[in-house]
Design a protein around this ligand. Structure first.
Ligand code: ADP
Length: 628
């Protein structure tokens, strides 16, 4: 193939523009990205060679070399990994296969440091070379292809790139950066070594650079032809815990997560027994942008005996712990394990169970700690990931009790941080149930009329406002023998919390109120399933509730918003016979209007929507302006 010119895909052009313009203040990251690509290419070779050892050709030792030519102002990153065919070079370096590009662009914050971290997450790493180079030439031969089928890809990082066939003996890839004039700082062994040890120390392949010595005659450092390894080239997790400093753990987290904030906690263990493996797991301190995507694969990398197998090995961690980042290195799994095999492997199940337990212990360590710092960290964790952890109540039955203890809520007593154990410890004498209310927002929950009697009696109610809470309630029925009871469902049964006098008064009120109830039922027969007297209310005239087994109005709304069919459960209207408005109902000539208004207002107070808001407004207007 003679030289051909191609245009970049439009998205690539956008990325190129963004990368070169927005990441300039953190330009050294280009080296991290290119070294990481080189290391991935070596991993891929090792993986393909499992089935086809001939791919190693004459050079079985995988390595990365970084060298420069000060005269020509070029910096080269060379690997003897898998390499690229011409088609692959066009596909991988001319288009962006991943759909995340738009997300990436949307996420760019203008904060260069944060944006620089995003680059790696979205896999636009290669283009970061154009931050410092005005031309990049890639020369590559794919392992297994003959020497005369190598490729040269070259571009100035604007609209186009050139592709031509070349001849190349060595397998693998050279990425040659033609540095801009003002980027001469990268033509320095010292500077490059510093960047490599900052970002790429953990790369488990050797990264080689040419040694420098002091030339007394010239009175300067000169580059020799002798190569030396400039990174540690040892997997951190394989080292003994006692030899690893906290700073090294933190650095490693940054390298694997691209998160600029330190993790909240980490755990590093060598597990022996039925299955032998090492785990190094971290809990991030803030949620990634795609936390809610349950299809997103996990954050755990799988290695087998230090050989990288795959990123995002979702089978190693339950879905509800998908925020965990880290590495699992198995001693038992076969090197050629596939994602499908992982799903079925019993060894993997053992690892997953073990990992889930470790993560829960880590969380318990923070949650139950007496140290105020740890407690604050737990609250931070909860704010970022609590809603995800709740999914575990349905997903991980074996650990349900442990997960339940880790839950934190807002309640009528405190705006955050209330555990079920705290709640139980504060229960009133004679109280049996754990009372909860679900609503769209904290304000709606707090002001709900259904809370009135609980507030009057000083009984705590948990305020549940996460979208998953309704779902959670369908999986978490009780805690330490106390049922979770929605205050918006069924009749209020405060049981022993109500004294005899109160019960008697309520029964009497119900009796004398009977004729009015009958009229209300008749007036509302198309809208309310039932109308009854309640002891739930103190200040409000009425509220709506649903029958014990029915779907809560809040959940029905959530389903509707999500475009799903929700069963039409008619609510029950409960009225407060002590309220002035209710008291005068019987004698009011506008009984029918008042009945409808009572019902509409009860719906509104509960966060519901009226089917016919105009009719409601007309009725209220009629009340405000009595007919002449
Ligand atoms: P990512 O590495 O996240 O996929 P990049 O833009 O950095 O995104 O690279 C795009 C693709 O180009 C890689 O996925 C890989 O297929 C290919 N590539 C980049 N560098 C190399 C290399 N040194 N050897 C082989 N393939 C490479």
């Amino acid at each position: 193939m003679s030289k051909q010119t191609h245009s970049f895909q439009a998205e690539v052009q956008q990325i190129l523009h963004l990368v070169t313009h927005s990441l300039y203040s953190n330009k050294e990251i280009f080296l991290r990205e290119l070294v990481s690509n080189a290391s991935d290419a070596c991993d891929k070779l090792r993986y393909e060679a499992l089935d086809n050892p001939a791919l190693y050709e004459e050079s079985p030792n995988l390595e990365i070399r970084v060298f420069f030519d000060a005269q020509a102002k070029t910096l080269t990153i060379r690997d003897n990994g898998i390499g690229m065919s011409a088609e692959e070079a066009a596909a991988h370096l001319g288009t962006i296969a991943k759909s995340g590009t738009r997300d990436f662009m949307a996420k760019l914050s203008g904060d260069q440091k944060k944006d620089a971290n995003l680059i790696g997450q979205f896999g636009v790493g290669f283009y970061s070379g154009f931050i410092v180079a005005d031309r990049i030439t890639v020369e590559s031969r794919r392992a297994g292809l003959p020497a005369d089928q190598a490729v040269r890809w070259s571009s100035e990082g604007t609209g186009e790139y050139e592709l031509e066939t070349i001849s190349r003996g060595e397998r693998g890839t050279d990425v040659i950066l033609h540095l801009r004039d003002e980027e001469a700082e990268f033509l320095s062994t010292w500077r490059l070594k510093a960047i490599i040890s900052k970002y790429s120390d953990h790369i488990s392949l050797p990264i080689l650079m040419k040694k420098e010595t002091w030339d007394a005659e010239a009175a300067q450092q000169v580059v020799t032809d002798e190569w030396e390894t400039v990174n540690k080239a040892a997997a951190l997790w394989a080292r003994a815990k006692s030899d690893i400093t906290d700073a090294e753990y933190q650095d490693f987290y940054k390298q694997i997560s691209y998160d600029s904030d330190p993790p909240l906690a980490y755990t590093h263990n060598r597990v022996e027994g039925r299955s032998e493996y090492t785990q190094l797991l971290y809990i991030p301190s803030k949620a990634p942008f795609d936390l809610w995507n349950r299809d997103k694969r996990g954050g755990v990398k799988l290695y087998v005996k230090r050989v990288f197998i795959m990123d995002d090995a979702e089978a190693l961690m339950p879905v509800y712990l998908r925020f965990v980042k880290g590495v699992i290195d198995s001693a038992d799994l076969p090197l050629n394990v596939s994602r499908e095999l992982l799903q079925e492997s019993r060894d993997v199940k053992v690892i997953r169970d073990g990992s889930a337990k470790r993560v829960l212990s880590m969380l318990e360590g923070l949650a139950d700690s007496d140290n105020a710092d740890d407690k604050a960290k737990y609250q931070q964790f909860w704010n970022a990931f609590g809603a995800v952890l709740k999914e575990g109540l349905g997903e991980d039955f074996a650990n349900q009790e442990r997960i339940a203890k880790l839950l934190r809520f807002a309640s009528t007593h405190a705006d955050e941080g209330v555990s079920l154990a705290d709640y139980v410890a504060r229960m009133k004498e004679g109280q049996e149930a754990i009372y909860v209310i679900t609503a769209d927002s904290l304000a709606a929950a707090k002001n709900s009329p259904q809370l009135e009697i609980f507030r009057k009696k000083g009984i705590e109610v948990l305020l549940l406002t996460d979208r998953v809470d309704e779902w959670m309630l369908s999986h978490l029925h009780e805690f330490e023998g106390h049922a979770l009871q929605s205050v918006a469902k069924g009749a209020v049964d405060l049981g022993k919390l109500q004294d005899e006098a109160e019960k008697k008064a309520a029964e009497e009120a119900a009796e004398t109120f009977k004729p009015v109830l009958e009229r209300l039922k008749e007036a509302l027969k198309d809208r309310a399933k039932d109308v009854r007297v309640t002891s739930r209310l103190v200040d409000s005239p009425a509220c709506v509730v649903v029958e014990e087994g029915d779907m809560s109005a809040h959940l029905a709304r959530l389903l509707k918003q999500a475009g799903q069919a929700a069963p039409e459960a008619r609510p029950i209207l409960e009225v407060n016979p002590e309220h002035a408005l209710v008291k005068r109902l019987a004698d009011d000539p506008r009984f029918d209007d008042l009945a409808q208004i009572l019902f509409d207002q009860a719906l509104l107070a509960e966060g519901g929507q009226l089917d016919d808001p105009a009719a409601y407004v007309q009725r209220v207007t009629r009340l405000l302006v009595p007919a002449a």
